[in-house]
Structures are given as C-alpha cells and as structure tokens.
Design a protein around this ligand. Structure first.
Ligand code: G4P
Length: 528
C-alpha cells in the first residue's frame, strides 16, 4: 500500500503543456502563469519575438535572450495547494516532433486560441496528437482586448473543426476597446477588467450576482445585453461535465487577455480543480499506475549542450510511478544496466538544481553520456518499457559537407549527438561515407549547421541529395533481413542509433520495394 504522504504528493500535481498556433499567445500566457506561480517577479521576462532571420537560432540564443534559459523548457511552480509542471513545446512547426513527444509526457493541455482568428492550422494538428491519448483539454480564448469574432461562433468552430464539445466557464463582456471583463457562469460573478495592468497580479473587482443592483449600476447600458446573452449561452451551450472533460471529449472554455493578464488565473483555477493528477502510462507489460510505489519513468526529450559551460547533455525523464530519491539505483531497461542516479536535475523556473526527490508527474533531468535515447525506460525493479513515444520519418534530406576534412570526427560526433535529441536524424548509407541529414522541417537544417559551428567548432554546409523519404526496416526472420540487405544494399543506411533504414530516391522506388519485399516491414515511425 502506498502511504498517504506519497498519495498527497501525487494528487497535488498537475502536469500540462500549451498547444497553440504561433502568435496566439503561448509565450505571453507562460509568462503570466509563471507570475501567478511566483516564479517571476514581473512578467515581461520571457520576451523575444521571432521575426524573420532571428528564427534561425530561435532555439538557444533566442531562448537565452528571452531571459529564462532553455532549461525552462520545464517549469515547476506552486499554485494554491497544487504543484504545477508546465512543459514548454517549441513554437516553430519545424520542431513538431519534439512537441509530439512532449505531449506524451503531460496529463492535460491548455489550448490557446487567438479570438480574432479562431481555430488555426497548427492547433488542428496538435489536437490530433492529443487525441491519441485522449488528453483533457482546457481552452483559453485570448486577446479579448482586441476586436474578436463572435464568441458563439468561435465555440462553434472549435466544436466543428476540432470535434470537441465546448463548455464555457466564463463569458466575455464586450471586446476590444469595449472589453469590460467576464461573467463566471458557475460562480455567478462578474469580474471586471482594467487595462494596463498586465505586468502584475491585480486584485480584480468582483461583483457577486448577475442580477444584483451593483451589476446594474456598474455595467449600466451593457447589463441588459449581458443578461440576455448569458441566458442564451446557458440555453445553447453544453454544461461542464467532468467525466467528458477527463475523456478528452469536452473542453472548458475561458475568455481573457494574456497580455492584460486577465482570465489566466480563472484558467489556472480550472486546471488545478479539474485537470487530472498524474495518470498511469502504458508499457509493453500493461499499465503502470502513478500510485505504484516502485519508481519508473521514460525519457521524452534529450537536449545537448544546454549549458555551454558544461557541454552537457540532459535527458528529460517524466516520472510515471514511485518516488525518485537522490542516489537511488535504477535499471536502464533498454541496455539492461543498473545505474546510480545521484545528480538528477530539477527545473524551478529559470534555475536548475539537483533534485532530492521527485514524484509522479514531475520531470527530472538525467545527465546523458551518450547511453540514453529518447523513449528509454528507467525503472526501480520491473523490466518493462513505456510505449507510444514516436520517432517520425523525416521528409527532407540533405548531404552534409565539411569545409575542413580533418574535422570529420567532430562532425560525426556532433551529428550523432544532435540526432539523439530527435530533431534531426542522421543517415549513413551502407554504400559510401556520405552523411545525410534528414529533418521534418527546413529550419532544423539551419539549426544543425549553426550548432555544429558554435558547439562543435565544425563548419559545414549542405548539398542537395536525391532522397525523398526514409523507412525503418524490420523483419521477423534474420534470413529475410539478410537477404533484403544484400539485394537492397544500395538503398540502405544506418540511422544515428544504428537502426537499419531504407532511403528511397523517390516514392515510386519505395512503393516498388515494398511490393518486392513483402517479408520486410517499412515503417514510417519508429517507436522508441
Ligand atoms: P506565441 O508564443 O504563441 O507565438 O505568441 P506570443 O505570446 O509571442 O504572442 C504573439 C503576439 O501576440 C505578441 O505580440 C504578443 O504581445 C501578442 N499578444 C499575446 N497575448 C495578447 C493579448 O491578450 N492581447 C493582445 N492585444 N496581444 C497579445 P507581438 O507584437 O508579435 O510581439 P511583442 O513585440 O509584443 O513581443
């Protein structure tokens, strides 16, 4: 039996990520959330706008310029009686793989929508990912200080396009210059907005009761309209249902402005009240519950050179069950080796420090000396592996060229380390000494060259190469695989983890190969 302390620690945790289309306000909300979590003194530190050229180095220098370093890709802070873990996801779509994997490590998501624009393309894609695990979604309709679309229309769009029912929790009173605040449908409270207060936590003026005299007095001409629209909203929209929310079928909707720091706290209140405490995770031997007292966790992200002074590589591990204690011995399941972990890191907004203990839902950083891969399981006793952490076949390929041939060894090392992070993949054809970089988005190519130069002192450039797609190869019998290796030799390569891949010059070639070798599997994703 798990002891009560342990259960309390689990129950107070909420681990979530923000999904949104670029520019909807993710960074601004993160900043305000940290302000409420007392992790930032004044908001405005997470700043930095990705414009044009600058986007190339978004990832490290930009993050640093933003004032909180990349270590804050995980942020832990207290809110009320809860302890919240917010996992950041890269904004640029070229880093979508990283985002997908991060979403496997959370228990709920906040969806941010620009209320002037409605549901945008990247949100649709990310919602598809959250649906794979039926992740509960909270919605924040942002930018109410601007002229927005009709709120009812916005909710209809979410329902139609994203196939999730909307239950408004708050309702906006006006928008743009006429934005007065929101009405809380369940607390029967009007919360008044005051502009120009976005950088601090403000005491908001709250009016109890839509039908109160005070409401009539303060909202004057607007009150009749408000009463009417609330009546309409109550009749026409769904009532919040916790079970449907937890099943990922209904989203509570909040309205506000992140920039004006209004409504973010209502959303946070909803998060700690309704979002699930750390959930169990699937393994190849069944589900592991968070309350299982034996420690287990999986690696969903690896980052090299987080701290250039230390040139270290950190593996981010989501604790799934049990308790981490400094110095404990864990089984690194894939390589079947016991390791003593005495220097795991924790991430308290901005600072990283050594963690003494961690509980399910928490993220800890393990120092990686090249043995850890994305998807790896660490466990105190059981030999199982967590499943469902995908690696996607890249869609863009380039041959990398070295300016100084004597640096071949550094290039190789740099590419392998960067590919461990999972953002790009490296392929070494069996037939020659080429190094081919594969990526899901073009920005990653620039980032690789930039990082090779700054972190590994290697100058490299790209050449086009005729590779259209890659597939991971497996077969049930060794003989079939060997036969295939002989026959398809010229199209085969090893990826950064030495897995066999087929690199096809075009889709027709791939299709023919798939038909010709029915005993071999050509997989578009490789599950770690
Ligand atoms: P992102 O991380 O999702 O890409 O969005 P981010 O928070 O960077 O916000 C994108 C732009 O939208 C920023 O403006 C930001 O200030 C603005 N914004 C965010 N929330 C609100 C809001 O509630 N109201 C209004 N009016 N604007 C909001 P920018 O001009 O592109 O950048 P900056 O110069 O302000 O940093």
């Amino acid at each position: 039996m798990a002891d009560q302390n342990f259960l309390d620690e689990i129950n107070k945790r909420r681990t979530f990520a923000i999904i949104s289309h670029p520019d909807a306000g993710k960074t601004t909300i993160t900043e305000k959330v940290l302000l409420f979590g007392k992790a930032l003194q004044t908001a405005g530190t997470v700043k930095g706008k990705k414009s044009g050229q600058a986007a190339k180095s978004d990832w490290m220098e930009m993050e640093r310029e933003r004032g909180i370093s990349v270590t804050t890709s995980v942020m832990q802070f207290p809110y009320g009686d809860s302890l919240v873990n917010l996992l950041d996801t890269p904004g640029h779509e070229d880093f979508s793989e990283d985002t997908y994997r991060t979403l496997t490590a959370v228990d709920s998501c906040l969806m941010v929508i620009d209320s002037a624009k409605g549901v945008e393309e990247r949100t649709i894609k990310l919602m598809d990912v959250t649906r794979l695990r039926e992740t509960p979604i909270i919605t924040f309709m942002n930018k109410l200080d601007r002229d927005i679309r009709d709120p009812i229309e916005l909710m209809d769009e979410v329902e139609d396009v994203l196939k999730i029912s909307c239950a408004p929790i708050t309702w906006p009173i006006g928008s743009g210059k006429g934005f007065r605040g929101v009405y809380h449908l369940y607390n029967d409270e009007i919360i008044l907005y005051q502009s120009g207060m976005g950088h601090t936590i403000q005491e908001r003026r709250v009016i109890k009761g839509l039908d109160s005299d005070e409401a009539s007095r303060l909202l004057k001409d607007d009150i009749d309209d408000l009463r009417e629209s609330i009546e309409l909203v109550r009749a026409a929209s769904h009532k919040f249902d916790l079970e449907e929310f937890l099943a990922g079928q209904m989203t509570p909707v909040f309205f506000g402005t992140a920039l004006g720091n209004f409504g973010v706290d209502h959303m946070l209140d909803g998060l700690v009240q309704w979002a699930p405490a750390p959930l169990g995770r699937e393994t190849d031997k069944g589900t592991v519950a968070a309350t299982d007292p034996s420690f287990s966790g999986f690696v969903f992200k690896i980052q090299a050179n987080m701290d250039p002074n230390h040139r270290d590589r950190v593996a981010f591990l989501r604790v799934c069950s049990g308790k981490y204690e400094k110095g404990m011995k864990l089984r690194h399941v894939r390589i079947n080796k016991d390791v003593r972990i005495s220097d795991a890191l924790t991430f308290m907004a901005g600072d990283r420090s050594q963690v003494e203990e961690a509980f399910p839902g928490d993220i800890i950083g393990l120092h990686n000396h090249g043995t850890i891969q994305i998807g790896d399981t660490f466990s105190e006793s059981e030999m199982f592996r967590f499943t469902g952490i995908p690696n996607f076949a890249p869609e863009l390929f380039r041959r990398i060229q070295l300016r100084d041939p004597l640096k071949a060894k550094q290039l190789h090392k740099g590419l392998i380390q960067l590919s461990e992070e999972g953002a790009v993949q490296v392929f070494r054809p069996l037939k020659n000494n080429d190094l081919i970089v594969g990526a899901v988005g073009t920005l990653q190519f620039d980032v690789v060259v930039h990082r090779l130069k700054t972190e590994y002192k290697v100058e490299a450039s790209y050449e086009p190469i005729s590779v259209a797609t890659a597939r991971w190869i497996t077969a049930d019998s060794v003989a079939d695989l060997e036969d295939f290796k002989k026959k398809a030799h010229d199209y085969l390569a090893l990826d950064g983890g030495d897995n066999l891949t087929y690199i096809a010059p075009n889709m027709v070639n791939l299709q023919l190969a798939v038909e010709k070798y029915p005993k071999v599997r050509f997989d578009k994703t490789r599950e770690h």
